[in-house]
Ligand binder design. Structure first.
Ligand code: PRX
Length: 653
């Protein structure tokens, strides 16, 4: 254990000042416990319904839920029009910062209204009707948000495909959804360079033998680079959107009308098109955004760094914040362009008050060193958040210290593409935070940690806190997925078969309770190792390794071992200033893990490597590391950001 760890407190309560002004109060839990459905009905009342719902939940056809039955609403109206009608047309909705320095736009709710109406009219002109699918393949430009809202306004489902994905990945998603339209840009900026994007759309549409379902490609001119053009099929955004009428009357759709599809990876390699619908999804994103981020729309400047290609970008860049009338930052580029100061400059420039990002980025900032952050005035920040993976306590403390002046609450939010919105998270101002734990299910949400037979795993002073189990959601929630596009058998099989008897949703994550009843999410089940009959999470071992002052990043996998079932194999990147990657360091790190967790968690092998294999969304691809650790041919590397890293890893072994 490093010195900082031994001395650091294990719990962090919000300041009295924060608690006094917090949106959340402890009685939310009481309300939800007393009357769960009444609680959700009250949350749904934050929205504007054209026809009120007659029933909160109908789960008679489980696992297919209907929330806010018979209610009708328009999602885009709720995110835009109603704020303008309330006299907030002048409020900034989006401070957009392009990747090239100096490239910026400010978009008010009034302007967003006009843009969304024009785009909706243009889409109608291109033949789109409620129920159709549109693929959106765009960088983080305001038009991407406008495109999503225009689809929502028309009851057309969007399927946003991350603009870092290949043409092949785009094609698979277009084909599966049978999209009629693709919205894209001519190109995008990548570390200062304009690179083509629409070319990939052309490739996706023309590849294969079957005719594509795509009738039109709508192209935003972003970079001005030369773009291939198919007359009749391709249309410029500035031609058809800018000339469209700025008035559009929204139609109300059923609460269960599908809102979007979002593809996420499964275990089979074929991406799953996760289906989300309207009323329940918007209710829970707006509710969680209000309480978890303590949003004060009049004064806060909120920044969620996620790309719209992921669920976090859907729920906490587009729908949640806009439903709440928030002012937010939208940034097009990477954190290191043109240099490592960029995020800090943006926080300083716009006076960002709430900052929500991924632990992997926090660890990157740590690697860069605190001098970069310290060169900026970050005093506007009052709340921090993380999502996407367990955050190691070391990174949590660094984040709070360096970004949050040792003061701000941090909300570690656990959720998934499938859950649509945050599920387990502290309520800032109410919950005592513990670094590394997402703490408790939010009011209205029910989760538990169980063993194979569905028995609750209860921590006890005798057993300690290391018994882990499966995280399940044992009650339906409004923003739950409504299925997998075109494959409802897979939906049942993946999420509902493991605990079919109990009717619980199987999240695919391992978790444990601590003695205070907080939940610690340990990572995907396939990331939980079994060593000599002991369950040990890769995340726990990684956290121990990263807790060592010389380690910048670590990835741990369980490799088959004839003696112990699985053996722990670690890959570590050392801090820039620690040159020693030799045996001495490896021994020290093994001892550190034994000290931090237990001798049974001591890695069998530790390899010092220059890079880790990551997906474009920043997730470490443990599957591939397992292949390396077990000396196999590498599996599918198509979603890797940089396939060349394996050369370096192999050389380092
Ligand atoms: O393993 C959990 C991890 O990310 C998974 C969901 O990934 P995705 O669908 O891509 O959505 C990410 C953004 C919501 C989960 O099954 N995960 C997400 N948040 C946390 C987390 N693990 C631990 N702590 C979290 N806060």
């Amino acid at each position: 254990m490093t010195d900082t760890c031994t001395e650091a407190p294990s719990t962090y309560a919000a300041s009295a000042e924060f608690a006094a002004q917090a949106n959340a109060t402890a009685d939310l839990y009481d309300h939800a416990n007393r009357d769960r459905l009444g609680f959700w009905a009250a949350q749904a009342d934050r929205l504007s319904w054209q026809t009120p719902f007659s029933q909160v939940l109908d789960f008679s056809d489980a696992p297919f839920a209907k929330w806010f039955v018979d209610g009708r609403l328009n999602v885009a109206y709720n995110c835009v029009d109603r704020h303008v009608e309330a006299g907030l047309g002048e409020r900034v909705a989006i401070h957009w910062e392009g990747e090239p320095v100096g490239d910026r736009r400010t978009i008010t709710y009034g302007e967003l209204y006009t843009d969304v109406c024009r785009a909706a009219n243009a889409l109608t002109g291109l033949g789109l009707r409620a129920g159709d699918r549109v693929a959106i393949y765009m960088p983080m430009v305001p038009e991407a948000v406008v495109a999503m809202l225009a689809c929502a306004r028309l009851g057309v489902m969007h399927s946003v495909v991350f603009a870092g994905y290949s043409a092949a990945a785009l094609k698979a998603r277009i084909d599966d959804a049978e999209a009629k339209l693709v919205i894209t840009t001519d190109g995008q900026y990548r570390r200062g360079q304009a690179v083509p994007l629409k070319e990939s759309v052309d490739e996706a549409i023309s590849a294969g033998t079957d005719a594509s379902t795509v009738e039109h490609v709508l192209v935003v001119r972003r970079t001005g680079i030369e773009t291939p053009w198919s007359e009749g099929r391709d249309v410029w955004w500035h031609d058809v959107v800018n000339s469209a009428s700025p008035e559009h009357t929204p139609e109300a759709f059923d609460s269960e009308h599908p809102l979007f599809l979002l593809y996420t990876s499964g275990t089979t390699g074929k991406p799953k098109g996760i289906i989300h619908t309207s009323g329940g999804y918007l209710t829970q994103t707006a509710y969680t955004h209000h309480y978890v981020f303590d949003i004060k729309p009049e004064t806060d400047v909120y920044w969620c760094t996620a790309d719209i290609g992921w669920i976090t970008g859907h729920s906490y860049v587009v729908y949640g914040p806009l439903a709440n009338g928030a002012t937010q930052v939208l940034y097009e580029g990477t954190p290191a362009s043109p240099d490592e100061h960029r995020h800090f400059e943006i926080i300083e420039k716009y006076g960002v008050t709430i900052y929500y990002t991924a632990p992997t980025l926090v660890r990157t900032f740590m690697k860069w060193g605190r001098d970069i952050a310290d060169a900026h005035n970050l005093s506007s920040l009052r709340l921090l958040g993380t999502v996407g993976e367990p955050i190691n306590p070391e990174a949590w403390r660094w984040y709070r210290d360096v970004f949050g002046a040792n003061e701000t609450p941090i909300v570690d939010t656990w959720w998934q593409t499938e859950t649509g919105a945050a599920m387990i998270s502290p309520l800032p101002g109410v919950t005592v935070c513990k670094p590394g734990s997402a703490t408790r299910p939010l009011p209205g949400i029910s989760a538990r940690v169980v063993d194979d037979n569905g028995n609750l795993i209860e921590p006890s002073p005798e057993l300690g806190e290391h018994a882990s189990g499966y995280l399940v959601l044992d009650a339906p929630w409004p923003s739950m997925l409504r299925g997998i596009w075109g494959d409802q058998d897979r939906f049942r099989e993946t999420y509902w078969s493991r605990f079919a008897e109990q009717g619980w949703y199987f999240a695919g994550d391992g978790a444990r309770y601590d003695l205070d009843g907080n939940i610690w999410v340990l990572g995907r089940i396939d990331d939980v190792m079994n060593v000599s009959g002991h369950r040990i999470s890769t995340a726990e071992v990684e956290s121990a390794l990263v807790g060592h002052s010389h380690v910048a990043e670590a990835a741990v996998v369980g490799a088959s071992d004839e003696h112990t079932g699985q053996a722990i194999i670690a890959f570590v990147i050392l801090q820039a200033d620690s040159a020693d990657g030799g045996k001495h360091m490896v021994d020290e790190l093994r001892a550190e893990v034994a000290r931090e967790i237990s001798p049974i968690a001591r890695p069998k092998e530790i390899h010092v490597v220059p890079e880790l294999p990551k997906t474009r969304s920043g997730k470490i691809m443990r599957r591939l590391l397992r292949d390396v650790a077990e000396g196999r041919e590498l599996g599918d590397t198509s979603t890797l950001l940089d396939p060349a890293v394996f050369e370096a890893i192999r050389n380092a072994r």
